[in-house]
Design a protein around this ligand. Structure first.
Ligand SMILES: [Fe+2]
Length: 243
């Protein structure tokens, strides 16, 4: 499986605070059947706050340790970019290829606030698509406003956005609202990718298999596999998305 949304690099955001924790997360991922991971540290306060070299250095360092341990796993660079109106500045995006998934300039992981939906969301999706960048929208099932108006995501999908839900929402590790919302999205065939959004080895581990089992029972094995293998692979390689 391929996990496109993780906070697995040490000492860069609210993910692991030690290299040993990152490595433990890698072991958990491999045990779960994950062999490719995109590291997506938060970019909370605007583009220039991300030190691209730091991300690449940490990805290299972790990949070396993974090799030394003999784990069948590769980490790729990326970022979780906080959605705000600075994204309307095409120059900022062009200069910052690290902000896209694997530096491919094809897919960008956009983080919504949890309490509200920015009024410029549709405008940003539209402009990104015009630039040839497809937005991947993570864990909208955890957004307070979308939980109350889940139909909002239909418009985003129609505009060409990719919906990524969190594995733990499907398993029911959060409260009832994200579970209800994610089940609605799944039943309406709106979900393209399941990712872990892992932050730690214990509370937020990189585990996808439990969610895959639930989705397999709901929608069939093929549909579930597409959400953790084919679709994430398309995004990682920067290929055109086949919905
Ligand atoms: Fe995240």
């Amino acid at each position: 499986m391929i996990d496109i949304h993780t906070h697995i690099l040490p000492m860069i955001d609210d993910g692991p605070t030690m290299v040993q924790e990152s490595l433990e997360m890698c072991r958990i991922a491999v045990n779960d059947g994950i062999n490719k991971i995109i590291a997506t540290p938060h970019v909370q306060n605007g583009m220039y706050d991300l030190d691209a070299n730091k991300v690449l250095e940490k990805v290299d360092m972790l990949n070396q340790l993974i090799k030394q341990e003999g784990l069948d796993l590769v980490i790729f660079p990326g970022a979780e970019v906080h959605l705000n109106d600075r994204l309307l500045d095409a120059e900022i995006l062009r200069e910052s290829s690290i902000l896209t998934i694997n530096g491919g300039k094809k897919y960008i992981l956009l983080e919504f606030p949890f309490q509200w939906v920015p009024p410029e969301t549709e405008q940003i999706i539209f402009k990104l698509k015009l630039m040839g960048l497809t937005p991947v929208l993570p864990h909208l099932e955890r957004n307070y406003r979308i939980q109350r108006n889940p139909h909002m995501v239909v418009r985003y999908v129609e505009m060409g956005a990719i919906l990524q839900v969190t594995a733990q929402s499907i398993v029911g590790d959060f409260d009832a609202a994200p579970l209800k919302c994610v089940l609605w999205m799944l039943k309406n065939n709106l979900v393209h990718v399941i990712a872990s959004d892992a932050h730690s080895p214990v509370a937020r581990p990189p585990i996808l298999s439990r969610a895959v089992k639930i989705v397999s029972d709901m929608l069939g094995e093929e549909a579930a596999r597409k959400m953790v293998l084919e679709n994430p692979g398309t995004i990682l390689e920067g290929l055109p998305f086949n919905k």
